[in-house]
Design a protein around this ligand. Structure first.
Ligand code: ADP
Length: 486
């Protein structure tokens, strides 16, 4: 069943139930009120008749007691349209003692079953097909029942009012439910129309295989406005991911072609002239480069698709800086490059030790790669505004402002003909950026061509008070040991 039909059925069904329940309550209440009004008229009339009646008993010296009932003129006390009969019930058979003129020659008891009772009783009777309400009340003297007063009123007015009320209620319920169905159909069509448009547009996108299509929405930012926005956002993300994937595949094949060509060239040489150490070394280093690149790519791909989560824990950046400094000195040996720690202030962050080491090593590795022999590289770690600030400064070839915009992109390498040492893939800074962002930090570069570059990483610190007195000892010892040296 369509949502629209369901909505209308629910809506109209509920309305119908409410109307019927409301109708039953109103009808019952009105009916009671109308009958009560008739009953109170009957009761008043009967009271008047009884109040103005007298029962007299007389008899002499043990003789039988005679009873006389004096009745008022019934037509004086009765309310209009109320008929009165008085029945004597102190003998075996009831006798009609008096009857109001408006009852004509109706000399039968109005409610024969009620004659003889000593408690008031209301009953409904039908005479000549007309419904009437009868009240029978006892007429007593000194505790003995002598007569019953029966007053009667037509229920025509009440029945007419009931019928009219029923008619009005039934017709308004019918109109109400019909109206609610029509209104429901109109409203649901209006409310669901945008959803149909979204469905149509989505199916067009699927058919045309065109991820650049977006849904148009000119209405307010209600549920549907938000749905359209989310849908468009999702399409944008899909398009991004798709183009990233395409670019990635293109870049990967391009980047893998170079080492493969080198390997094939060297293999050709070996085939032609026999095995020589130089070719073997070249093949080995290209194979290593390829395997590094594939590892880097795997890391980035897993990061992209959310398959890589870092287990973060408190990490002392100062230890990492010291370790990287040691490693950098090994890497740059024979290059005559001065590697120093310029500024050293302990800082603890929430992070991943291995990834932080990888980040710093990427930056320092680049600095070594792009700094000519005899240059200077300095590391520094400081705290500022609740952030740990890591800097890697070099006096290398520098980066042009145009290149600086792209160096964090995957596979981007500034002018390949420029000075370069070691192997490169253009993935190092993309990985560095991902690591920094996974630590809720930022990375930036300042550089001047020919003078050098400074890479700055900022990551929120865990605890400013870290390294309290007892911790201070080993750090200051390390600091002494690691002061700048050539
Ligand atoms: P690569 O493997 O080429 O080093 P990266 O992503 O690490 O890849 O760096 C991208 C590019 O940024 C490098 O090719 C280089 O042109 C430039 N670059 C990075 N670090 C430096 C630096 N310290 N000095 C000069 N250029 C740099």
């Amino acid at each position: 069943m369509r949502i629209r039909t369901k909505l209308i059925l629910w809506y109209s069904g509920l309305l119908a139930i409410i109307i019927v329940m409301f109708g039953i309550i109103v009808y019952g209440f009105m009916d009671r009120t109308l009958v009560d009004a008739v009953d109170s008229t009957l009761d008043e009339t009967a009271t008047q008749v009884i109040r103005n009646s007298r029962v007299q008993r007389f008899g002499e010296f043990g003789g039988p007691i005679e009873t006389m009932i004096r009745l008022p003129r019934l037509d004086i006390f009765r309310a209009s349209d109320v008929g009165v009969q008085v029945w004597g019930v102190n003998q075996d058979t009831p006798r009609l003692l008096d009857i109001s003129a408006n009852l004509g020659d109706w000399h039968q008891p109005l409610d024969a079953a009620a004659l003889g009772i000593d408690q008031p009783r209301f009953s409904n009777i039908k005479i000549n097909g007309r419904e009437m309400r009868v009240l029978t009340r006892p007429l007593t003297a000194q505790g003995d029942l002598y007569a019953n007063v029966q007053v009667v009123a037509l229920l025509d007015t009440v029945n007419e009012a009931r019928e009219k009320l029923l008619l009005v209620m039934a017709s308004s319920a019918f109109v109400g439910v019909l109206g609610s169905i029509i209104l429901g159909m109109w409203l649901s069509r209006k409310a669901l129309h945008p959803i149909e448009r979204i469905t149509e547009a989505a199916s067009k996108i699927a058919q045309a295989d065109d991820l650049s299509t977006r849904l148009e929405w000119n209405g307010p930012m209600d549920e549907l406005g938000r749905l359209t926005k989310v849908f468009n956002g999702m399409m944008g993300r899909l398009q991004d991911l798709f183009s990233v994937q395409q670019r990635f595949v293109a870049d990967v094949s391009h980047e893998l072609r170079t080492p493969l060509t080198a390997i094939r060239g060297n293999l050709d040489l070996i085939k032609r002239y026999g095995v020589d150490d130089e070719s073997l070394e070249a093949i080995e280093s290209e194979a290593e480069r390829m395997s590094r690149m594939v590892n880097d790519l795997l890391l980035l791909a897993r990061a992209d698709y959310g398959g890589l989560t870092l287990e973060l824990e408190p990490v002392d950046l100062d230890t990492i800086v010291i370790e990287t400094h040691q490693q950098a000195k090994v890497l740059a040996k024979d290059r005559g490059i001065l590697i120093s720690i310029e500024h050293f202030e302990p800082a603890r962050i929430v992070g991943h030790v291995d990834r932080m080491k990888q980040l710093l090593l990427n930056l320092v590795g680049n600095a070594i790669k792009f700094t000519p022999d005899g240059g200077r590289i300095s590391l520094s770690l400081r705290q500022s505004n609740g952030k740990a600030v890591l800097q890697v400064k070099d006096t290398g070839i520098g980066i042009s402002p145009e290149d600086a915009k792209h160096i964090f992109d995957r596979f981007y390498q500034a002018d390949k003909s420029r000075f370069r040492m070691g192997d490169s893939s253009g993935l190092g800074l993309a990985i560095a950026k991902w690591i920094v962002e996974a630590h809720h930090g930022t990375i930036s570069v300042e550089s001047e061509v020919g003078k050098g570059s400074t890479f700055t990483v900022e990551i929120p610190v865990l605890d400013d008070n870290h390294h309290a007195d007892d911790d201070d000892q080993p750090v200051s010892r390390l600091r002494h040991r690691l002061m700048p040296e050539r």
